[in-house]
Design a protein around this ligand. Sequence first.
Ligand SMILES: Nc1ncnc2c1ncn2[C@@H]1O[C@H](COP(=O)(O)OP(=O)(O)OP(=O)(O)O)[C@@H](O)[C@H]1O
Length: 247
Amino acid sequence: MTALIQASGLTILRPGGSETVLQGVDFQIRPGEIVTVVGPNGSGKSSLVRALLGHMPLAAGRVERRPGLRIGYVPQRVQVDTTIPMTVRRFLSLPRRVGDRDAARVLARTGVGGVEARQLTQLSGGQFQRVLLARALLHDPQLLVLDEPTQGLDQPGIVAFYKLIEEVRRQTGAAVLMVSHDLLVVMRASDRVICLNGHVCCEGTPQHVSSAPEYRALFGAESEGTLALYRHHHDHDHDHHHHAGAH
Ligand SMILES: Nc1ncnc2c1ncn2[C@@H]1O[C@H](COP(=O)(O)OP(=O)(O)OP(=O)(O)O)[C@@H](O)[C@H]1O
């Protein structure tokens, strides 16, 4: 199996109901790829990610993960109990203890070196996201899974975060699976985009998807702007190489 995760014919029902959340979804991610899942609210993006991780029962279809696959996961919502003091250093050792050197290494890699002694509650939104990413990198994952990692960040923070993701991929060779609403920036950082709306509407290179009629039908006027901006950036930015997807 060359893919890290391969899924076919995934069908997922709403928990406790009979409505389908996802219907007949095929998916795969290969080593070193950056794949982004976009789609409107409620289109099943988080459900797909949770099914790929094995956290969600399937009504039909199957998911195969490469045996022994190491995954670093940043979930959509991370609850931090603000009533319990918790330093960054302690947080990195949950649930598994890590050494000081490893903790320092991942914090430096995600651009927040030296914050070990800080309380989680004293970090800015951007710093907290970087600490979450650092924690996901601790055990040398072959695949990083990030569910809306830039929620709550401002535009410069979002751009900086995606630059960091590309850098992490370059340094570690890890594949990255992201869920996002930040269509423009995410597209620039992705090798392949999957547009979801209960099923796969379209997929392929960012440029292919942003000009696909299915994508435009879903995102309407916003997609026009996205495409124009994407082309603009693409024309003037030749240090990003978008590999052609399999489709
Ligand atoms: N625990 C749950 N109980 C009931 N319905 C759920 C549950 N989790 C998800 N759903 C439903 O499943 C559908 C897909 O949800 P999902 O979170 O996968 O979508 P999403 O694309 O990630 O949405 P968003 O962009 O808003 O995060 C939605 O209609 C949602 O209401």
